[in-house]
Design a protein around this ligand. Structure first.
Ligand code: ZN
Length: 200
């Protein structure tokens, strides 16, 4: 309804910068005024029902660059230390923690091997979303990636606060148990023979 109304001309200067191609409408003005976020295609993946809610929450924070990491604290001059707690060899950023850190790579590599799927590419949720896999396989792979990210955050905090990091091989086993458990709780009534052979 709003889209068909004309904007008041009192804000003509503002409106003239919105979208001249369709004339001055409330909709074009509103679209111009609001802070348009980047269009994303992984939002469904982050809130996938096969993932545990706590995993989804941390993935959502990572995706929005909202974790309180050392790079932010250093930028605010709260701390001088900006090195990754897990590898001590690079700045602790969201990009590093969720893709580049060797600890993260070890976990994603372990999950890749277990699920016979490649998780080593960048923007992995986007990649999974575009695969021509069954819905069950996409959800399980997504849940595994989110579990890896959650565990990285837990291990990072453990490293920072207690100086303890669990070996990636052990962490992968915990992730496997979590995903299998979740699958048994949330699996659809019918799982195709192909998916059953792949996962079980
Ligand atoms: Zn690191």
């Amino acid at each position: 309804m709003y889209g068909s109304h004309k904007c008041p001309t009192a804000k003509g200067k503002l409106i003239s910068q919105s979208d001249g191609s369709r004339g001055y409408t409330v909709k074009s003005c509103y679209d111009w005024l609001r802070d348009k976020k980047l269009q994303i295609d992984w939002h469904k993946a982050v809130w996938c029902n096969m993932a545990l809610p706590k995993h989804s929450f941390i993935a959502w924070l990572i995706s929005n660059r909202a974790l309180q990491l050392k790079d932010k604290l250093a930028r605010l001059q709260i701390s001088q230390d900006d090195l990754c707690c897990l590898c001590q060899s690079a700045f602790e950023t969201h990009q590093h923690l969720s893709e580049d850190c060797h600890f993260c790579k070890s976990l994603l590599c372990g999950a890749s091997t277990w699920l016979s799927s490649d998780f080593t590419q960048r923007n992995i949720l986007h990649v999974i979303n575009r695969k021509r896999w069954s819905s069950v396989r996409k959800k399980l792979c997504t849940a595994a990636v989110l579990a890896c990210w959650y565990t990285i955050w837990i291990q990072r905090n453990s490293a920072r606060l207690e100086g303890i990091v669990t070996r990636p091989e052990l962490v992968i086993q915990q992730i496997r148990r979590m995903i299998v458990c979740r699958f048994n709780e949330c699996k659809p009534r019918v799982v195709s023979p192909k998916d059953r052979i792949w996962f079980c």
